[in-house]
Design a protein around this ligand. Structure first.
Ligand code: HEM
Length: 516
């Protein structure tokens, strides 16, 4: 009996020890193990092996991302084949990227197409945030694209605008259709060519036309090659041959620019007289020769910078003007309101001038509303510098971030009737007015971001705004427009990263007023 009670005693003692160990162990596990990571990665749609989310997106990427964001939120992870990124889709998260954590998101990632760029390492648009980028950006903002330099070339912009109106008048006289896509790309290309390298003054009238063709080719091919990012390591195989074609176009550009640089150097060696205007290339060459410059730029840097200005500046402004005209043609009330404003401010005897812009509030509202609905660069690309936390989620260094400004500027949380073309929302009496200060289009209001924001924001915004207001103003002032085949303009967006129109804007103009 005594033996049995001893066994029970040992058994109970063992049980107590066992329970104590289990309780202490679970206590230690609960309170002493490292705290679980409170931040997880941003949400993501279910992915398929290899292709990731490719099956969920259409060819119009900004629109597809906008639709996915309705389900997965304003910060989501997307993987297209081997290429992955985060997509930002509302103003609050855009503000975190562009302002609160600006310095951590000030670089851009390289693309597949970079491998074929003969100026790799010199590209300003894709440069990492560092000394070279800072130096060039300062040069842009204080000299190359600063207001005093833009003022010096007001006459060039005026002449190119007159050429545009004359060319459309010729279509009217000949009873021909007018391809506004082509007319407006010629306007932006000629304007930039003349401001950058005085192309018409160099003795060879074909330079601007040749550059226009080369830039078109480079834009088209680099867009196609960037799609190759989805192939991961297989992209080097260049199945389509686009990579080699891009290289060939760039080499052609290189030879052309080399000659123009030589002409500029010869001109500089004779010295500039007081009245002579320095174009952008003259200024770059002056910086190149300056032994005291903070950063020594090379000839490769100059050629690459000019290419970036052409690639970033021509099709963007031209596409936005086409959208403005397309929207106005489909909205006769808005068209008439703008025509009436121009007639009362400018009158019938001269064309709209850049100096009229401050007196044409409806014109300004039309351009802003166009950029809201149809941003020329709808997916702004940045790269994360160091691991961080965005909107409560973990973001790793080197992650690509696409700010989908197309979605931000059509977000129903920020805009009433977001898909409607309604310039009135930018006028004085509107509740939605977002400020008349110039900064409004330079991205200090995070629901209106057509030119990006902060240090990395578009340095060509002021130039683009001058060109677009004057040209659209003249096209409305002087012509009535009808769509080829009658009916309405097809406002479907085209495929890819940019939002160009799916179809070229070809229409029949008739002269309504001739101020010449
Ligand atoms: C309607 C016309 C235009 C639109 C909508 C537009 C839009 C943009 C956007 C969204 C960015 C990226 C900004 C960011 O990352 O925050 C950008 C960058 C840039 N744009 Fe524009 N742009 C236009 C016209 C121009 C023009 C006319 C030029 C030059 C003449 C230009 C030169 C550049 C350059 C060089 C960059 C790169 C800046 C950098 O990486 O620091 N753009 N643009």
């Amino acid at each position: 009996m005594a033996l049995i009670s001893l066994h029970i005693h040992y058994y109970l003692q063992y049980l107590i020890w066992f329970i104590t160990v289990v309780v202490v162990h679970s206590f230690i596990r609960k309170f002493l193990k490292p705290a679980p990571t409170l931040v997880s990665e941003p949400p993501s749609p279910p992915a398929l092996p290899f292709i990731g989310h490719l099956h969920l997106v259409s060819s119009v990427l900004p629109k597809s991302f906008q639709e996915l964001a309705r389900v997965y939120g304003p910060l989501m992870r997307i993987r297209l084949g081997a290429s992955s990124c985060l997509v930002v889709s509302n103003a609050a998260v855009a503000k975190e990227i562009f302002k609160t954590q600006e310095l951590n998101f000030c670089s851009r990632p390289e693309f597949c197409s970079s491998e074929y760029f003969i100026y790799r390492g010199s590209r300003f648009v894709l440069a990492q945030y560092g000394d070279y980028w800072r130096f060039m950006k300062k040069l842009c903002m204080t000299r190359l694209l600063a207001v005093p330099q833009l003022d010096k070339f007001a006459d060039i912009r005026d002449q190119e605008k007159v050429k545009l109106v004359e060319s459309v008048m010729k279509c009217c006289r000949d009873g021909k259709t007018c391809d506004l896509s082509s007319e407006l790309t010629s306007l932006t290309n000629n304007t930039i060519c003349r401001m950058v390298m005085s192309s018409r003054c160099s003795g060879s009238d074909n330079d601007a036309a040749e550059i226009k063709e080369l830039i078109r080719t480079c834009l088209k091919l680099s867009g196609k090659i960037s799609v190759g990012d989805v192939l991961g390591p297989f992209k080097v195989l260049d199945f389509s041959g686009n990579g080699n074609n891009l290289k060939a176009a760039l080499l052609k550009y290189d030879r052309l620019v080399e000659r123009i640089i030589k002409e500029h150097q010869d001109k500089a060696s004779e010295g500039f007289d007081e009245n002579q205007k320095m174009d952008l290339l003259d200024i770059l060459l002056e910086v190149y020769r300056d032994p005291t410059a903070e950063v020594k730029i090379s000839m490769k840097d100059i050629k690459s910078f000019l290419l970036d200005i052409f690639m970033a500046g021509t099709d963007t402004s031209s596409a936005a003007m086409q959208w403005a005209m397309g929207e106005l043609m489909n909205k006769p009330k808005a068209f008439k309101k703008l025509r009436d404003e121009i007639n009362s401010v400018v009158g019938p005897n001269r064309l709209v001038k850049e100096s009229d812009i401050p007196n044409l509030p409806y014109l300004r509202a039309v351009i802003r509303e166009t950029l809201r609905l149809h941003p020329s660069a709808p997916l702004i690309i940045r790269e994360c510098g160091e691991d961080c936390n965005v909107n409560g989620f973990m973001v790793k260094a080197k992650t690509r971030v696409l700010v989908n400004v197309y979605a931000v500027m059509r977000d129903p949380e920020s805009w009433a009737n977001p898909n409607e073309f309604d310039p009135e929302r930018f006028l004085g009496g509107s509740d939605e007015k977002i400020g008349e200060h110039q900064m409004e289009f330079k991205g200090q209001n995070f629901r209106f971001l057509p030119f990006g924001s902060g240090r990395r924001g578009c340095p060509g915004a002021s130039l683009a705004m001058l060109v677009m207001h004057a040209a659209v103003g003249c096209l409305v002032q002087c012509f009535d427009w009808e769509v080829k085949g009658g009916g309405k303009v097809d406002l479907s967006p085209g495929p890819g990263f940019a939002t160009e129109m799916a179809h070229p804007l070809v229409c029949y103009p008739t002269v309504s007023s001739n101020p010449f």
